[in-house]
Design a protein around this ligand. Structure first.
Ligand code: GAL
Length: 322
């Protein structure tokens, strides 16, 4: 193989195993059958969502653009908007942001949720769904909608160990963060279980679990510009969440959360904050920053910056390198 990474540099351009720039912005990872699948925004050409895979979390093989302007569609209920094109825009595209994918054990489907906008402005504030029988095949688009009529912008998915899954998204012009429990097939919001941090304008939510505690990191709402990250903790997705506390520095090291990666190995379990370092002027020049989250004895998380790192999937270690 021509390109083998033994270390990765935060904020540098990262290449896939073909030597092409990795476009998986605002993304998510799913571990299936020995591979980590990395999904994210790819705004080049007619693409919406790119998919890469890796067995070592260091070297990424491009698999497919799983959602594009030409993806097939299939309605799943009335009054969903099935369009993936907008002729009013010079590139003919809509916007699909922050794509997240879960595997549903009951239906054997890979289910993708994302934030949908018309590509001109942010007035649609909707979510969108797509599915596939394989992790990296051509996903079928099932359209966009407003869950229970609410606005829905920055979003994430979280799957609990019981298989219960949640869609979390910014509502009321980003003022409140909603948590929806998903239906058994993950194809709809079953109920709204929380309206969190009303009036706090939280964006870019990302959730993980460590031992019996759930953590949610998020950013404040300042567009592409980074700001002070905050976190909250809970005993369960549907239980009470704590107030928001600062994490990282005043710009969260010039990042915004994308998702968390948990790597368990023979020596340790690492909790890795995966984030975007956006380039607001030149979107396709946006970069990735992976940082380890450390915990004190009471379970409070802390995060420092590091430049170069390597992940060892067998030991579970996140190694900070010079
Ligand atoms: C950010 C958001 C991104 C994108 C951007 C557009 O706040 O997290 O996903 O929507 O705004 O300005």
């Amino acid at each position: 193989m021509a390109y083998i990474n033994t270390k990765l540099e935060n904020g540098a351009i990262w290449y896939d195993t073909d030597g092409n720039i990795i476009h998986a912005h605002g993304g998510h990872m799913l571990f299936r059958n020995g591979f980590y699948y990395w999904y994210g925004e790819n705004r080049t050409n007619g693409n919406y969502v790119g998919c890469y895979r890796s067995s070592d979390l260091m070297n990424w093989e491009f698999r497919n653009n799983v959602l594009t302007i030409n993806s097939q569609n299939q309605p799943i209920r009335i009054r969903t908007d099935l369009s993936l094109k907008n002729e009013k825009n010079s590139n003919g595209k809509i916007n699909l942001e922050r794509p997240k994918v879960l595997f549903n054990e009951k239906t054997n489907k890979y289910v993708l949720w994302a934030h949908y906008e018309n590509g001109t402005d942010y007035s649609c504030a909707a979510c969108a769904i797509a599915t596939c029988d394989t992790p990296d095949g051509d996903f079928i688009y099932h359209g966009s909608f407003n869950p229970f009529g609410y606005m829905s912008r920055d979003c994430t998915l979280y799957q609990d160990c019981s298989g219960m899954a949640y869609f979390i998204s910014a509502a009321r012009d980003n003022a409140d963060l909603h948590v929806y429990r998903l239906t058994e097939d993950y194809m709809n919001a079953e109920c709204l279980v929380h309206k969190l941090w009303q009036g706090e304008y939280r964006e870019a939510p990302a959730v993980f679990r460590r031992e019996d505690k759930y953590y949610m990191f998020s950013s404040y709402c300042t567009g592409w510009a980074p700001n002070q990250g905050k976190y909250a903790a809970s005993d369960g997705m549907e239980n009470r969440w704590s107030i928001l506390l600062n994490i990282g520095d005043e710009t969260t090291y010039r990042t915004q959360p994308a998702f968390f990666l948990t790597v368990s190995g023979t020596k340790t379990t690492s909790y890795i904050y995966v984030s975007d370092r956006w380039d607001g002027k030149d979107y396709n020049n946006s970069r990735y920053v992976f940082l380890p989250v450390n915990f004190d004895e009471t379970g409070e998380p802390a995060m420092n910056y590091c430049e170069n790192f390597a992940i060892d999937v067998s030991t579970g270690e996140f190694r900070i390198l010079c």
